[in-house]
Design a protein around this ligand. Structure first.
Ligand code: SF4
Length: 277
């Protein structure tokens, strides 16, 4: 449970950027929240990092690009406006974005992801020579519609997409080969996500109920909680120890897990609070 490598690295880079900005007397920003966790966001904000949504309207300084990556046009807008980029895009995500640009020259690009998720937006915003690569977004099984004529298709999936849904979508897309298309699945869901989900299910199998700790905005925390509920174990999604209830305390065996953006300190505080009489 807890931070994946991409999130850990992004936080390290954010802290280093704050220090650099402080030493050089410059402004420091993050493009969107570095992670979906209020405690960490408040900490970064108190240390001087301002969350912004675009390059315009702010004095240029250092800007941290979070682990999910960003569309190329947004990246260019910051460079053109004179910001120094601190690129915390997770290497796994960066590799996928580079592959979209490569495969777009020879294949139709299909992206399987959640509409509006920053990583999906980054994948939809890959450019070649200043032009956006055409892509088709699939968010659900219903949206898997074969190409109008046989073609070569390269399929990418958001690294934190739901594994069960991905398996079903993948199987349906694979069916396009029977219609004459060539289908290439370029990447898979990140093992970090898969490991956390498998661990949560294993834990759920041994407990009466599970507490899933993480920010309300954290999609992967919400997905973990949903997964446990769908598998028939009681589960609660809480952000911090103030949300602990008597129901939770009254479980014989209570499991604890956390999303990929939940700080270890937040997890420990919940454990400490539960262990108090
Ligand atoms: S889930 Fe995987 S791909 Fe996504 S940020 Fe974490 S390590 Fe990187």
């Amino acid at each position: 449970m807890g931070y994946c490598k991409g999130v850990s690295k992004a936080l390290e880079m954010a802290e280093a950027a704050i220090e650099q900005a402080h030493n050089e007397n410059r402004r420091v920003y993050s493009l969107g929240k570095v992670i979906h966790n209020n405690e960490i966001c408040n900490y970064l904000s108190n240390a001087g990092m301002q969350v912004i949504g675009e390059a315009q309207g702010h004095e240029p300084g250092l800007v941290v690009l979070r682990a999910h990556g960003i569309p190329d046009a947004v990246r260019s807008s910051f460079i053109d406006a004179g910001y120094e980029l601190v690129d915390a895009t997770c290497p796994v995500v960066r590799f996928n974005l580079a592959n979209i640009a490569t495969y777009a020259k020879t294949h139709s690009i299909v992206i399987v992801g959640h509409s509006g998720h920053p990583e999906t937006a980054a994948m939809q915003g890959v450019q070649i020579d200043g032009e956006i690569c055409p892509t088709t977004l699939i968010t659900s099984l219903d949206e898997v519609i074969p190409p109008s004529e046989p073609s070569s298709v390269a399929v990418f999936v958001q690294t934190t997409f739901d594994q069960g849904l991905w398996n079903m979508i993948k199987e349906k897309i694979q069916g396009w080969t029977a219609l004459g298309s060539e289908v290439l699945f370029v990447n898979e869901i990140c093992p970090s996500s898969i490991n956390r989900r498998n661990a949560a299910l294993e834990l759920a199998g041994q407990c009466d109920a599970v507490l899933v700790i993480g920010g309300r905005e954290s999609a992967n925390t919400r997905a973990l909680c949903k997964l446990i509920l769908e598998n028939g174990t009681k589960a609660w999604h809480i952000e911090n120890e103030t949300e602990i209830t008597e129901d939770m305390r009254n479980c014989d065996i209570l499991g604890i897990t956390a999303g990929a953006s939940t700080p270890p300190t937040a997890i420990q505080r919940v454990i400490d609070a539960l262990q108090q009489e």
